[in-house]
Design a protein around this ligand. Sequence first.
Ligand code: SF4
Length: 259
Amino acid sequence: MTADDLAIAGFVPFSSIDWPARLAATVFLQGCPWNCGYCQNPDLIDPLLPGTLAWRTVRETLGRRVGLLDGVVFSGGEPLRQAALVDAVAEVRDMGFLAAVHTAGSYPARLKALLPSLAWVGLDIKAPPRLYGAVTGIEASGARAWESLDLVVDSGIDYEVRVTVDPTVLGLSDVEEIVAELGRRGARMPVLQEVRAMGSRPEYAAKLGTTRLADVVPEDALPGVERRVEHVPIKGAPSVREVLASRDDGDSDDQRMSA
Ligand code: SF4
């Protein structure tokens, strides 16, 4: 199993929003074992679908970005689903990049093995353990996600916990329970993310209706907890143009690549 075996669904050569305060390339890997109603990438869930882009193409593009990018983010889908991720992380580190993952914590054992090679983790925590199945469709998902949280906190590496608030499942007391449990486990304050109807399945969008994050977590609730809503970039992240200008390169090839 090598990085050439990766099923890659998409590639963004320059991104200033996928890793806080870093300029990165983002690789979207196919397949996820869970089935969240609000998933923004439902086409990336099916683990049997082949990739649309070869790793060698990604590798070649990254080779031209050495010195321009801080690192490479592996996202999805669930990137830890694919065993070839280990090889891909090793390759990008050999090229001089930092490596990061966006994960829902579905594979704690794989995450534990990979953590020493990562510089940052964006971890989704979706619900208190008792409500996880209602969000992901998989009853055992909560134990795995919260185990992954403990692993990330104990590792000492940089991370961000994102709580994507599903209004069709969670109420304010549930979100308060998540924040309290994160504190009890020694985790940083999370970022609350708003689900988006656009991009989700039509049946979920219909169920969500016009409900927004502020309808579940009023503005005066949970003071000090950051919120991220649609099209608001990560706080502190420079624009692609700003970073490229500072790195003396005129190539602003900010595009999603797929075959
Ligand atoms: S864990 Fe993430 S990629 Fe998987 S179904 Fe849920 S939202 Fe989609």
